[in-house]
Write a protein that binds this ligand. Structure first.
Ligand code: NAD
Length: 361
């Protein structure tokens, strides 16, 4: 295991993204996105995605510095085709446009299509929250094979289709729900596999449809599937992500994307200052948080949390103590960098003094 500072991870990510062909600005956006995901505790969507991004580039399925196509720009409706552009920049730029439009008109509905992997959806909710806006997103994931089994199904038919909603509170941070509609995000099975640990009970089935805790088949052989969370309800939300983001949003390609991962997102951004008194809304959000947290914890727990709290706590801790990257993931990142012609010396220099200082084990 390596413990690496956020700063050092950003430098390494920027170096790799630059060598993939991105401009400095795009590389910085990608690095910021991936490292913020690590900071939030979602290693599934952090720097461990870099080897996959390099492979997508090599397969011609990720386009650095892409100019997105505005398909529709009509008042409160924005439809943007990312044309397989680098997801973290495509989605952040699209959400920034939607925030601007919401600040003019009160609200904006954004349909983003055909983006290469957009990563942690909560990052876009945080952009909206920082601008005083509420945010919701239905997201579709199209990959080269289906990986989510819906309720009562023994075979996968969907991707991990995340849903996200956030409203800013009085102290800035939002109540922020950001989740895959599978019991765990697919990347969490990858992280477990790389660490050599089992996934939790009830998350995964094997090729024969039997429950398993071993992520090897799923990650290495692409067999088996992740289960939808919450029985028929989570499964229903996954189906709604499919139809809202991919069908209503107009992507047209739904569950599978030949050879590479594509996201589409149907998001709403609402400027709370246009909806009512933002200070009163923020006070209301704080009072809901306090009310929920005032419940007596169930046996085995010492407190009740609200959505978004685990990520904020993880970020505060990891900012101070560094981010743990398992050895296999670190080696995969180094190999991906090397495949782009980055020398070991360049890599280590980017990782810098912080890296050597914090590296353990
Ligand atoms: N781009 C894509 O294709 C894609 C696909 C799937 C998932 N994702 C991302 O994967 C990430 C991980 O998803 P996940 O479903 O594994 O997340 P998760 O299960 O760790 O967390 C889901 C939500 O539950 C909340 N939560 C967690 N523990 C809690 C507790 N004890 N009390 C109250 N709330 C709690 C979190 O704040 C979060 O909002 C997300 O950031 C998501 O956007 C992206």
């Amino acid at each position: 295991m390596h413990t690496i500072s956020a700063h050092a991870l950003q430098a390494v990510t920027r170096l790799v993204a630059r060598r993939m062909g991105s401009t400095d600005a795009e590389a910085a956006e990608v690095a910021d996105h991936l490292v913020r995901a690590n900071l939030a505790g979602h290693d599934s969507h952090g720097v461990g995605m870099l080897p996959r991004y390099v492979q997508l580039l090599r397969d011609g399925l990720l386009v650095p510095n892409q100019t997105p196509l505005t398909v529709l720009d009509s008042g409160a409706l924005l439809v943007i085709d990312a044309r397989r552009g680098y997801g973290p920049r495509m989605a952040a730029d699209a959400v920034r446009r939607a925030i601007g439009r919401a600040q003019e008109l009160g609200a904006c509905v954004l349909a983003l299509r055909n983006s290469s992997h957009i990563g942690r959806i909560g990052t876009y909710a945080e952009l909206a929250s920082a601008a005083g806006c509420a945010f919701t997103a239905f997201v579709n994931v199209a990959d080269h094979h289906n990986i989510q089994t819906t309720w009562q199904a023994a075979e996968p038919r969907l991707g991990t289709n995340p849903f996200c909603a956030a409203v800013p509170g009085a102290d800035g941070p939002a109540v922020l729900l950001d989740m895959a509609t599978t019991t765990i995000a697919a990347g969490k099975a990858r992280v477990a596999y790389n660490k050599g640990v089992p996934v939790p009970d009830g998350c995964l089935i094997d090729a024969a449809g039997n429950p398993t805790n071993d992520p090897a088949g799923f990650i290495r052989d692409h067999t088996g599937a992740l289960k939808a969370f919450g029985m028929h309800k989570g499964s229903g939300l996954a189906v709604m992500c499919e139809v809202m983001a991919a069908v209503a949003g107009g992507q047209g390609a739904f569950h599978t994307a030949r050879g590479g991962i594509l996201n589409s997102m149907l998001a709403t951004v609402i400027d709370l200052s246009k909806l009512g008194d933002p200070a009163a809304i923020a006070r209301g959000v704080e009072s809901v948080k306090a009310h929920v947290k005032s419940a007596c914890p169930a046996p085995g727990y010492d407190e009740v949390l609200v959505p978004g709290e685990p990520e904020r706590r993880a970020a505060a801790k990891r900012m101070q103590q560094g981010i743990e990257v398992d050895d296999i993931t670190w080696r995969e990142i180094r190999a991906a960098a090397e495949s782009l012609g980055i020398t070991a010396a360049e890599f280590d220099q980017a990782a810098g003094a912080d890296y050597s200082k914090l590296q353990v084990g």
